[in-house]
Structure formats: structure tokens, C-alpha cells
Design a protein around this ligand. Structure first.
Ligand SMILES: [Zn+2]
Ligand SMILES: [Zn+2]
Ligand SMILES: [Zn+2]
Ligand SMILES: [Zn+2]
Ligand SMILES: [Zn+2]
Length: 540
């Protein structure tokens, strides 16, 4: 966009203006890009006000031109929502009363179901009433948000569990209580309780419930069908092979001089054709045969099919064309194609498999290292050899975790195939991140250097000083390298997150955010490059 001359921009002006007003609240991308690159202020395309930055443009658009309209709509929606909710709650309480009232009519104790309020009236005498709120002290229903004054009409009922007084509507629930008014789902007595006591009873939020597996039924039903398909597939495979052999033989012996009838005879020797006369409708599409819907024979199953349900397929160079029906295509060629597609895994799956292998190695190395640290630190002092061994193990773990992280990035970066696979990839990414964080938090720190004997003690004696100095220098270098590496991992993670946020911002057309995000990429990239340099220096 930046190569356009100012005059061209002016020419394009009105067209853009119309586009913005159609598209909605954010300014068109071209305008912003050109404004960004040239650094000049932008004029609002609707009212001409001068604006200096992208964020100002968006803010102005949102508040000056689209706010009122949206506010009105929002209020309308809110009003509608409140009305709907009120109506629904009215309906609900009416429905509950409808369910309860026919049961409550019965008075004979033998007929009355456990769930009737009538019955609870008599049985819950056994439950203690000592904790009940004095009836005179309550003027209004204790249910939060219910302002009904308690009287003869609205009802005045004690919750048997908490003892507070409620209106009729808010005590339409039952729970099994023990004589001391505690929850007892096994031997308790059905009692009338308030809504909050009803939902607080143990097991109310238990969403798992009982499960039962229908798989055995399913597999017993599915197995015969599957077996039939398998047999059919093998049969068709055999016939295709026979066709191949036949054509090969024919090419060698008769050099294609067969007459039409003889070829047909050969084809029929592989699978006998069904009689034309016996069939009146196509077995695939179920339409009756007619002059237009003529009969054809499938060369693989010998079935009589209408001409709309057969097509020619080229299988190999030996069999350039073969007339087959849709059924045979589905049973044989589609399955063949499906198996082939399944055999070659897409790259993201390969990476995921690598991730899995890395994960096993990571965890085993982590446990190995942690166990070693625990063993070594259980003594008061640590030998230099042990310390170096620990450091080596830790470095190995860090290197592997880096590779793990890079593989996880590869999974995410692989080619877009479909929405579903994208979701699978996200799940893999989440899992990888989880493992990564878990490993990082589980990794024990190296023991403090003061505990290590040898470095301080032996350093004092002149004879071993030189060798010790070189070894401690080496371990220092190791430590620095390790530090740089873990730092690099952190920054790479950050880079990845920011890149993801940029993608999201682009999709949602949040151009003001985009600018700051892109700006924040630069220091991260610089830091990673610097760390890389340091690493190379360390290695050389
Ligand atoms: Zn404006
Ligand atoms: Zn209660
Ligand atoms: Zn109430
Ligand atoms: Zn048909
Ligand atoms: Zn067929």
C-alpha cells in the first residue's frame, strides 16, 4: 500500500468510506496499513476528524459512530431476556405444583407415595423440631431474593433441616433426614426442606452417577455385520485378482482378438451373471427398470443393476476399465482407499509419536536425577564427583526437555488439514505444555556448592590446586551453559505465545493490539539470538 501516490489515495477514499460503514466497527485494513507506514494522521472516513494513531481510530469508531446504535440493541436484548426468564420461572413453579398436587390428594397412608408432601406431614414428626425458628419472629420468607410476606395465602412452612421459615413455593423439596435433622439418605425419613437444604445434601452435585457399558451388546450386534463385510471384501479381492490374470493371459495368447461375446463369456467365468428376467428393480437405488433405466451387470458381483448405479473404474494398467456397481465400489475400493489413507500418518502424528517417546525419556531422566539428588543430599557433605554427576544428569534432562519443547512446536506448526485435526493438535499441545510445566516444577535444584567437599577443602592444598581449578572452571562453564539454555527455553515459550496472540488478533481484526504485540516480538527475538550467540561461545 505504501507505494501508492497521495493522489491515488484520494481517489480511493470514498470507496473505502463506504466499505467501512458496511463492514462495521473497525477501520479498513488498507487505511491503517498505509497510515502506519507513512506515519501521517488519518482522517475519520465518516466525520473527517483527524486521528493520530490506530488505537485512536478504533476508539473513535467505536464510540462516536457505532455506540448509540449498539446501546439501543443491547437494551432491547436485555429487556427481552428479563421477560423470558420471568415467564420461565413462573411456568416452572406452576409445573412443580401440578406434579405434586395430584399425589397430595390421597389421604390413605398405604396408597400415598413416599414423595408426597401429605405423607411427610405425618412422618416427619419423628425429626426433631428443637432448632426451628420461632414462628412469630419471621415476617418474610427466608429464601434470598423472595420478599413474600408470610401469611395464610403464601404459606408459612419450616424447613425441617435448617429450621428457618419459608413460603410455600420455596419449600417444595424433600430430603431424607435422621431424627436429629441431619442428612441420612439410607435410613432417613422424607421431610420437607427448603431449596438450599435440598441442593446442599450430599450427592446432589454428583454428576458422574452410575455408568453402564453397552459395548458388549454393541459389539455382539456389530460383529456379524463386520465379519460379513470382511468376507465380502476378500471375495471381491479374489475376483479382481482373477480378472487381472485373465487379462494377462488373454494379452499373451490371443493378442486382443477376442470377440465381444467371448470376452463376456470370460467375464462370466469369474462370476456368474444374474438372470435379467428375474429382477424388476435395481437393488441399489430400488427404482424399477424401464426403457430409460436399463439393466447392466456388475462385473464383480454379477448383480443386475440400473445404468445409473454402475460406473467404469480403472484399477491397474492391466485392467483399464471395469464396470462395477456402487455396492462393490463401497465394499472394496472405498475400503482400500481408506486403509491406504490410514496407513500413511500425517506429519503431525509422527511428531506426536516422537513427543510420546520423549515424554517417557523425560520422566525417567527426571526421576533418575531427583532420586540421585535426594540420595546425595541425605549426607551432610557431598563429594565433588557426586556433584559433577548430578550436574551432568541435570544437563541431559534440560537438553531433552528442549527437544521435547521444539517437537511440541512442530506439531502446532504443521500444515492445516481440517478443523477436527486442528482440535486434536491443540489437545496434543495442551498435554505437551502440561508435561513440560510439570517436569519443570518437579525438577529439584542442585545442592548448594558450600556443601560440596573438595572444592573448598582441597583447594587449600597446593598440590591439587591446579587440577581442582581446571575442573571447577569446567563445572562453572557447565553451569552457565545450563542457565543460558533454560533461559532460552523460557523466551522461546514466550515467543510462541506472542505469535499465537498475534494470529488471534489478526483474525479478530484488533489492529491496535496487533501493533503492540508485533513490537513486543522484537526484544524477545533479540534476546533469543543473544542467548544463541552466548551458547555458541560457551561451546567453542
Ligand atoms: Zn468520525
Ligand atoms: Zn433449609
Ligand atoms: Zn419464598
Ligand atoms: Zn439403480
Ligand atoms: Zn457389484
Amino acid at each position: 500500500m505504501s507505494h501508492r501516490s497521495p493522489s491515488e489515495r484520494r481517489v480511493l477514499g470514498p470507496r473505502r468510506a463506504s466499505r467501512v460503514s458496511i463492514q462495521g466497527s473497525s477501520a479498513s485494513k488498507e487505511t491503517l496499513d498505509s497510515a502506519e507506514s507513512s506515519g501521517r494522521p488519518v482522517d475519520c472516513l465518516l466525520c473527517g476528524q483527524q486521528l493520530t494513531s490506530v488505537s485512536q481510530v478504533n476508539f473513535h469508531m467505536e464510540h462516536a459512530h457505532f455506540q448509540n446504535d449498539r446501546d439501543q440493541k443491547f437494551e432491547d436484548i436485555q429487556e427481552w431476556m428479563i421477560k423470558t426468564v420471568q415467564n420461565a420461572s413462573k411456568l416452572q413453579s406452576r409445573a412443580v405444583q401440578k406434579i405434586i398436587s395430584p399425589i397430595a390428594k390421597y389421604t390413605d397412608e398405604d396408597i400415598v407415595d413416599n414423595f408426597s408432601l401429605q405423607r411427610t406431614k405425618r412422618t416427619d414428626q419423628l425429626v426433631t423440631r428443637e432448632h426451628w425458628q420461632p414462628e412469630n419472629s419471621a415476617v418474610k420468607c427466608s429464601y434470598p431474593g423472595c420478599s413474600k410476606t408470610l401469611n395464610f395465602l403464601s404459606g408459612r412452612i419450616h424447613c425441617r433441616k435448617c429450621g428457618l421459615v419459608f413460603c410455600h413455593e420455596h419449600t417444595l423439596y424433600q430430603a431424607k433426614l435422621s431424627p436429629s435433622a441431619g442428612y441420612d439418605s439410607k435410613h432417613g425419613i422424607w421431610c420437607r426442606v427448603c431449596y438450599s437444604c435440598f441442593i446442599q445434601r450430599p450427592g446432589y452435585d454428583d454428576t458422574n452417577g452410575t455408568t453402564r457399558s453397552r459395548f458388549s451388546t454393541y459389539s455382539s450386534l456389530r460383529k456379524p455385520i463386520k465379519e460379513k463385510q470382511e468376507i465380502n471384501f476378500l471375495l471381491l479381492e479374489k475376483r479382481v485378482k482373477k480378472f487381472e490374470n485373465l487379462k494377462l493371459q488373454r494379452n499373451v495368447s490371443l493378442v486382443g482378438n477376442l470377440l465381444f461375446n467371448e470376452e463376456r463369456k470370460l467375464e462370466q467365468s469369474i462370476v456368474p451373471w444374474k438372470d435379467d428376467k428375474g429382477t424388476h428393480a435395481c437393488p441399489v437405488c430400488k427404482n424399477p427398470f424401464s426403457l430409460q433405466r436399463r439393466r447392466r451387470h456388475c462385473r464383480l458381483c454379477g448383480e443386475v443393476v440400473c445404468r445409473y448405479c454402475v460406473f467404469e473404474i480403472s484399477i491397474t494398467t492391466v485392467i483399464p476399465s471395469l464396470l462395477i456397481c456402487k455396492n462393490c465400489n463401497h465394499c472394496y475400493f472405498e475400503k482400500l482407499k481408506f486403509d491406504m489413507e490410514r496407513a500413511e500418518a500425517p506429519p503431525y502424528l509422527l511428531h506426536a509419536q516422537h513427543l510420546w517417546t520423549y515424554r517417557e525419556a523425560l520422566l525417567s531422566r527426571l526421576h533418575n536425577y531427583n532420586a540421585a539428588v535426594k540420595r546425595v543430599t541425605s549426607f551432610d557433605t557431598i563429594t565433588a564427583g557426586d556433584f559433577n554427576e548430578l550436574k551432568r544428569k541435570r544437563n541431559k534432562f534440560l537438553q531433552l526437555s528442549m527437544r521435547f519443547h521444539q517437537t511440541a512446536l512442530k506439531v502446532q506448526d504443521s500444515l492445516f488439514l481440517s478443523e477436527t485435526i486442528e482440535r486434536v493438535k491443540n489437545a496434543i499441545d495442551q498435554h505437551a505444555k502440561y508435561i513440560f510445566y510439570e517436569c519443570t516444577t518437579m525438577l529439584l535444584p542442585l545442592p548448594r556448592r558450600e556443601l560440596v567437599i573438595g572444592i573448598h577443602h582441597r583447594a587449600s592444598s597446593m598440590s591439587t590446586m591446579t587440577s581442582q581449578a581446571s575442573s571447577s572452571m569446567k563445572s562453572d562453564a557447565d553451569e552457565i551453559q545450563e542457565k543460558i539454555m533454560s533461559e532460552k527455553i523460557v523466551f522461546q515459550e514466550q515467543l510462541f505465545l506472542v505469535q499465537k496472540m498475534i494470529e488471534e488478533a489478526k483474525q479478530k481484526r484488533k489492529f491496535d493490539e496487533l501493533k503492540t504485540l508485533i513490537a513486543s516480538l522484537v526484544p524477545i527475538k533479540e534476546t533469543i539470538a543473544r542467548l544463541d550467540e552466548q551458547l555458541q561461545l560457551q561451546e567453542s
